[in-house]
Design a binder for this molecule. Structure first.
Ligand SMILES: Nc1ncnc2c1ncn2[C@@H]1O[C@H](COP(=O)(O)OP(=O)(O)O)[C@@H](O)[C@H]1O
Ligand SMILES: [Mg+2]
Length: 263
């Protein structure tokens, strides 16, 4: 396993443990994770978000990922928000560079790692906006600043909404159809392909699916867009087929999403 992955795995375990104990801020491990995640630059951004009254407290980590972390935070009026914080490391830069390259919206970006990570955040924010406008259920994005995106928190006081993969659905066929409809709206109205759609990047809250993790979503004219769309369709069909939902064939979904009429 590459060192970076090992490191993340370790962080992940720590976060998991903290999630169970919930004594995040007071424990020494908690402080260690805090130091890791909140480099000076990120602290500056959080400070600014506090001044803007977007948030009043950062509560606890919801997840540790390869490129960043998601935290629950609370706004001054008590509403819960999610902070997606990208790590400003070189490893993050390498992971995301390949996606930015073919995106016409980010032409002419220099090889400056930090700028690229900011651009990535901008991209995720814009993608969320476009998807929302197109009628795809996503967490409503409210602000992005440097390496942080602020969006609605999906979940309640007790816990964050679970990923699709860990939910026993009451009406899986209904959820399946809605997700396929979301793919269609994304493609035809937002002109976007998610590119990493799976049971990991869909949250279920109050019985409804929310599409998340839209940083890598690409325009439909991206050279690899159709390849990624095929993969998304395959993932969703595989997942729901295993739940014994009568799914459409991959080809049928692909045509439906793209708006190509069947002969
Ligand atoms: N708006 C949100 N509300 C609640 N939980 C969220 C939200 N966004 C992300 N999460 C949680 O954080 C996890 C990681 O977020 P995601 O955007 O998928 O980033 P990653 O790139 O790390 O996969 C999700 O699987 C979900 O559990
Ligand atoms: Mg994800």
């Amino acid at each position: 396993m590459p060192t970076e992955d090992k490191h993340i795995l370790k962080l992940d375990r720590q976060v998991d443990k903290l999630r169970l104990t919930r004594s995040f801020e007071s424990s020494s491990e908690g402080r260690k994770v805090m130091e890791e995640v909140f480099d000076n630059l990120t602290l500056g951004v959080i400070f600014k978000l506090t001044c803007e009254k977007r948030i009043s407290t950062v509560d606890f980590p919801v997840s540790t990922g390869k490129e960043g972390n998601v935290f629950r935070a609370t706004a001054p009026d008590g509403t819960l928000v999610a902070l997606k914080i990208y790590r400003t490391s070189n490893a993050t830069f390498k992971n995301i560079a390949k996606y930015i390259e073919g995106d016409t919206r980010f032409k002419g970006l220099t090889g400056n790692p930090r700028k690229l990570i900011y651009a990535w955040c901008t991209k995720e924010f814009k993608n969320l906006n476009r998807l929302e406008q197109a009628g795809v259920r996503v967490p409503h994005p409210t602000r992005f600043l440097k390496n942080i995106i602020v969006m609605d928190y999906i979940g309640d006081e007790v816990m964050a909404a679970p990923q699709l993969r860990s939910v026993q659905l009451e009406e899986p066929a209904k959820i399946y159809r809605e997700i396929v409809r979301f793919m269609k709206r994304a493609f035809q109205k937002a002109k976007l392909v998610h590119g990493d759609l799976s049971e990991y990047n869909i949250l279920i809250h109050e019985g409804l699916p929310y599409i998340i993790d839209c940083g890598q979503a690409m325009l439909t004219d991206h050279p690899n867009a159709i390849e990624f769309l095929k993969r998304d369709v395959k993932n969703i069909n595989r997942y729901f087929r295993n739940l014994e939902v009568k799914v459409w064939s991959d080809e049928t979904v692909l045509k439906y999403v793209q708006g190509v009429r069947e002969k």
